[in-house]
Design a binder for this molecule. Structure first.
Ligand code: AMP
Ligand code: ZN
Ligand code: FE
Ligand code: FE
Length: 297
């Protein structure tokens, strides 16, 4: 079956390597009809993406975001769909998250320099160019300096969660991320809930079904099922859980243009068109409640 929907894509607004225009063009070329631009802690890529999509009338963009949250010993990423980008308190919080990323990036570079790697914070900032700084930018600087062939190697040896140059982010709980998204009117969805072979430091979410049920009680609406390099077995396992709990089965390539061998391309994997309808319906309900909530204040 051809994939028409890809709900997980990154641009240069965070740690993707393509500009929003390049990404939209690539997605159109690959036959996608609905795409969600889901950068980490930033909606800054969206204006350019909307301008670019004017050239592709058959393609629709869903404004989205990806937030990193912490649970004991690991992280959970929460995606938000149909973000209201004009929400100033939401944008203020994202700005704070990006400032945290900046400081953390600087500290990781300090550690790498102490470990003997000859890179500079200035070069990492140049590579990131105004983006929400992430570990892939640091990995690129290390690859560029010739220490590793691919960024995956840098994650495996140095900046993965247990690596010697890893620095934690400011803590955010998944419950808080879900609440923050719902207040905006966006639909919260758990990203990549199980192990992925192409991302070294990514493990299974512990007690997945219980965690999902718990977060669902806090307002989680969906979970990624058709994701990245997941095997048929992983997809079937996650689809069962989503169906059991009544969560919307989402997904996408999580394309970053990382250059890592085997990275899934946009349109290589994604949910059925039906998922888009379910997300839209859920968004209308959440937005109604969020607007009523704001009107009460
Ligand atoms: P950060 O947001 O700074 O913690 O960086 C996390 C990002 O790094 C993830 O969203 C992935 O895009 C990327 N990443 C994680 N593991 C790997 C890996 N093994 N190789 C390349 N990129 C990775
Ligand atoms: Zn990323
Ligand atoms: Fe993620
Ligand atoms: Fe992602």
């Amino acid at each position: 079956m051809t994939v028409e929907v890809d709900l997980h894509l990154h641009t240069q607004a965070s740690d993707g390597t393509l500009s929003p225009t390049q990404l939209v063009n690539l997605c159109a070329e690959r036959g996608l009809k609905v795409i969600a631009i889901s950068d980490h802690d930033s909606t800054e890529g969206l204006d350019e993406a909307y301008a670019a999509v004017q050239e592709h009338p058959g393609v629709e963009i869903i404004p989205a975001i990806e937030l990193s949250t912490d649970v004991p010993g690991s992280e959970i990423h929460i995606l938000g769909y149909f973000i209201d980008t004009s929400d100033s308190s939401f944008q203020q919080t994202l700005k704070r998250f990006r400032e945290g990323r900046y400081e953390r990036g600087r500290l990781m570079v300090e550690k790498l320099v102490e470990l003997g790697y000859s890179i500079t914070w200035e070069r990492v900032q140049e590579i990131a160019d105004d983006a929400a700084i992430g570990r892939p930018h640091i990995a690129s600087a290390i690859v560029e300096a010739g220490y590793f062939k691919y960024s995956k190697g840098v994650f495996d040896s140095l900046i993965g969660r247990n690596g010697p140059a890893y620095v934690e982010r400011a803590k955010l709980t998944p419950e808080d991320a879900v609440a923050m998204l719902r207040k905006n009117g966006a639909v919260p969805v758990m990203a990549h809930p199980t192990y992925s072979a192409v991302k070294s430091d990514r493990g299974d979410v512990q007690s997945l079904e219980e965690t999902l049920a718990h977060l669902q009680a806090h307002g989680l609406e969906g979970v990624e099922v058709f994701y990245g390099d997941y095997t048929r077995e992983q997809v079937a396992y996650l689809k069962d859980i989503a169906d059991n709990l009544g969560l919307i089965p989402c997904g996408g390539s999580d394309y970053h243009g990382s250059g890592n061998p085997g990275e899934p391309e946009p349109g290589s994997v994604g949910p059925p068109m039906q998922t888009v309808a379910l997300l839209r319906e859920s968004h209308l309900g959440i937005r109604g409640a969020a607007t009523a909530g704001r009107a009460l204040v």
